[in-house]
Unconditional design. Structure first.
Length: 288
């Protein structure tokens, strides 16, 4: 790790939620030398979060991305149930599920534990950053930092600027992103931002094509991978993200941008059947 990188990444980072995305975010800062605290809702979730980060860090050591030993790396990681652990963090990122009421309640509670000058960010992939900030005492210190799954391999962070986000935090977010070895795209707050809006539009049309019998999921994905050089097709990406997550985003976009984002019946049926993608073993593809 270069001194330039370490200078651009906050020394102390907090993450609320240690699921797949939260653990990935913790990993991203951990391998760049930050001290990271992950706060979870109960002991079982905390143990699972620690295991996710530990396994991810071990894999990075095996690939030569991170210098070990693993025990020294994990010395910079704390997992707790106490949100008071955020008090000394310069940056705290909320990574709870994509539910408006849950995010609002979580952000409002976390804000009460932050020290002066700390930045609070949401990893939301579609919800209004301006709307979320309206619920906070210090909306100027809030912005969106939309990481992509899988976080360790992804090279993109979408920096979402709310109506009251202070300009200096946008500049800081660019620097943090560079320090993580990723690229920032800065967008003004709008439904679905840039990435989710475009990604979901393509995915929904791919689903309609499967529904109409135009082609198989595999052939539709291959058309985008081989013809347009997408690293992963829209349906496999949907499986990785989670069909339930994609459904929630599509419903939100349909409510804000109109019927062109109305989820197709095949998506609703798969979610109702518990076919949520990679995390359940079945989505548009079978995962083992």
């Amino acid at each position: 790790m270069s001194s330039a990188e370490s200078a651009m990444v906050p020394a102390r980072v907090g993450v609320l939620g240690g699921g797949r995305m939260g653990a990935g975010i913790a990993h991203a800062f951990l391998i760049k030398g930050a001290e990271v605290v992950v706060v979870e809702r109960d002991e079982a979730a905390a143990a699972a979060a620690r295991e996710r980060v530990s396994a991810s860090a071990a894999a990075s050591i095996e690939r030569g991305v991170l210098e070990g030993p693993l025990e020294q790396v994990l010395d910079r990681l704390a997992v707790t149930l106490d949100r008071g652990a955020f008090a000394d963090r310069g940056l705290v990122i909320e990574a709870v599920p994509e539910d408006w009421e849950l995010k609002v309640a979580s952000l409002k509670d976390v804000e009460q534990h932050l020290g002066d000058g700390a930045v609070l960010a949401s990893n939301t992939s579609s919800l209004s950053v301006t709307g979320l900030s309206a619920e906070l005492a210090h909306p100027e210190n809030f912005l969106g930092l939309h990481f992509f799954n899988p976080v360790p391999a992804s090279t993109l962070i979408e920096v979402v600027v709310g109506a009251q986000t202070a300009p200096e935090w946008v500049a800081a977010a660019r620097a943090w992103t560079a320090g993580l070895g990723k690229t920032a795209v800065v967008v003004n707050d709008a439904p679905g931002f840039a990435s989710s809006r475009l990604g979901v539009a393509i995915a929904l049309e791919a689903m309609r094509m499967v529904e109409e019998g135009v082609a198989t999921a595999e052939d539709i994905d291959n058309a985008m991978v081989l013809g347009y050089k997408h690293p992963t097709g829209p349906l496999k990406t949907t499986d990785i993200v989670g069909l339930d997550v994609r459904l929630g985003i599509a419903e939100y976009l349909a409510s804000t941008l109109g019927e062109r984002f109305e989820p197709p019946q095949i998506l609703r049926d798969k979610v109702a059947a518990g076919e949520l993608g990679r995390k359940t073993g079945q989505g548009f593809f079978t995962w083992t």
